[in-house]
Every structure is written in structure tokens, then in C-alpha cells.
Design a protein around this ligand. Structure first.
Ligand code: ADP
Ligand code: ADP
Ligand code: ZN
Length: 214
């Protein structure tokens, strides 16, 4: 089962992708998490990616595509995966399609989590992230058991630099310009499914399960 999660920044892609990964036993692949791990480890890729991420801009396709194609070629992706944050541009989607075509494969579902812009700014300012394990929380909706500490790994939670309101507005513009066209792209391929992302995360997940099957 190969799944793409679409949706604005903060729509809940990561939250739902983790639940999908747990239930269906496929790896959760987040390009944002991979970039943040590289930044944390001070790699060359991390240094380059950070320049764009801090400004709310997309990391150039040249840096992103190879990273993703290498990742999905891994042994653990044999039976599928859930992509969170990739593709984000039409060229990225085309490269992925071509690479899958070459091995007689394809994406099964593109799930768009629909959340209006008005809800996004509030969600992002309340988001807290664990840079060690990739878990995300929300100070009101999904609080950790102990304030500021990750339930999963015990490390400190942070407000991401790019989750500050000014940067979120910019990321939303970038989303509408560069990523939203993917909704038409996957509609035309006949694999787009839309779920209402404004309801409780458990109810969002139920809609996802209705699409993917029990
Ligand atoms: P969110 O889940 O809030 O949308 P992500 O963690 O997916 O944020 O991405 C954070 C940032 O990482 C993006 O704003 C962008 O700069 C960069 N990024 C992640 N995935 C991609 C991608 N596929 N193409 C280009 N840039 C990306
Ligand atoms: P994305 O990966 O699309 O950027 P996240 O999964 O990180 O989004 O979610 C963004 C923020 O909103 C996080 O703080 C998360 O805990 C919270 N969140 C996710 N789903 C919901 C929901 N259905 N209702 C309210 N808050 C949510
Ligand atoms: Zn953690």
C-alpha cells in the first residue's frame, strides 16, 4: 500500500501518517523530518535546506527528489509506505511517478486532509515538536503527559522556528501556489480522496480507515 498525504502545513498530515503507519505496518516517511534530522546533525544537506525552511520556502527539487527516491528504495519500503510532505510540487510528483513506472508500480491513494487557512495559524502556534523522534503535540488539542517533554522518548519539545505566525503565512502562500495543484494532478489520476481535517484527529483517522479499508 503506497499512500501520499496532501494538505496545507498543519493540516494533520504527520499526525495521520503516524497512525496509518502503526495500523497498516508501513513506514512513515516525512521529508520535513529527514531535513530536520540533517539540520540537527549539521550535515551539508541540512545547512543548505535550513536556508529555505527558515524562510518558509520549499527546499529545491534537486535536493529533495534524490533524497526521497533513495529512501523509498530501502528494503523496508517493499510492501509500501506513507509519504508525508512529498511530493510538494508537480515536478516532484512527476519524478516519483516515473520512478515507480520503471518498476511497474504506482501510488494507490493520495489523501488530501482539508483544513481552511483560518484554522491553520492557531494550530501551528500550538504545535510542539520533538526533534529527536519526530512526534508532534499540540498544547491544547494533543498535550504531552508532562509539559514540554516528549511522551515517546523523553526529550525536550520545541516550537519549530518555521511555526511562528509570520512564517506560517508565507508557507500557506507557498502551499497554495506550488502544492495545491497536486490535488488536480491526483484527481486526474483517479486516486485522490479528500477527508475533513477540522474534526477531532480520531474522527479524521476513521475517515482515512474508511478509504484504506480495515
Ligand atoms: P509541515 O508538515 O508543517 O507542512 P514539513 O515538516 O512537512 O512541514 O516541512 C517543513 C519544511 O521542510 C517545508 O516548509 C519545506 O521548507 C521543507 N520541505 C519538506 N518537504 C519538502 C518537499 N517535498 N519539497 C520541498 N521542501 C520540503
Ligand atoms: P502537518 O504534518 O500537516 O504539518 P501535524 O500532524 O504536525 O500537521 O499537525 C499540526 C498540529 O495540529 C499539531 O500540533 C497537531 O498535534 C495538531 N493536530 C493534528 N490533527 C489535529 C486535529 N484533527 N485537530 C486538532 N489539532 C490537530
Ligand atoms: Zn520524542
Amino acid at each position: 500500500m503506497k499512500i501520499i498525504m496532501l494538505g496545507a502545513p498543519g493540516a494533520g498530515k504527520g499526525t495521520q501518517a503516524k497512525m496509518i503507519a502503526d495500523k497498516y505496518g508501513v513506514p512513515h516517511i516525512s521529508t520535513g523530518d529527514i531535513f530536520r534530522a540533517n539540520i540537527k546533525n549539521g550535515t551539508e544537506l541540512g545547512v543548505e535546506a535550513k536556508k529555505y525552511m527558515d524562510q518558509g520556502l520549499l527546499v529545491p527539487d534537486e535536493l529533495t527528489v534524490k533524497l526521497l527516491l533513495d529512501r523509498v528504495a530501502n528494503e523496508d519500503c517493499k510492501n509500501g509506505y506513507v509519504l508525508d510532505g512529498f511530493p510538494r510540487t508537480i515536478p516532484q510528483a512527476e519524478v516519483l511517478e516515473k520512478a515507480l513506472n520503471e518498476i511497474n508500480d504506482k501510488i494507490d491513494y493520495a489523501i488530501d486532509i482539508d483544513v481552511p487557512d483560518e484554522n491553520i495559524i492557531n494550530r501551528m502556534s500550538g504545535r510542539r515538536a520533538c526533534l529527536a523522534c519526530g512526534a508532534t503535540y499540540h498544547i491544547e488539542h494533543v498535550p504531552p503527559k508532562k509539559e514540554g517533554i516528549c511522551d515517546r522518548c523523553g526529550k525536550e519539545l520545541v516550537l519549530r522556528d518555521d511555526d511562528k505566525p509570520e512564517t506560517v503565512k508565507k508557507r500557506l502562500n507557498v502551499y497554495h501556489e506550488q502544492t495545491q495543484p497536486l490535488i488536480d494532478f491526483y484527481t486526474n489520476k483517479g486516486i485522490l480522496k479528500t477527508v475533513d481535517g477540522t474534526v477531532d484527529m480520531k474522527d479524521v483517522f476513521q475517515s482515512v480507515v474508511n478509504i484504506l479499508g480495515e
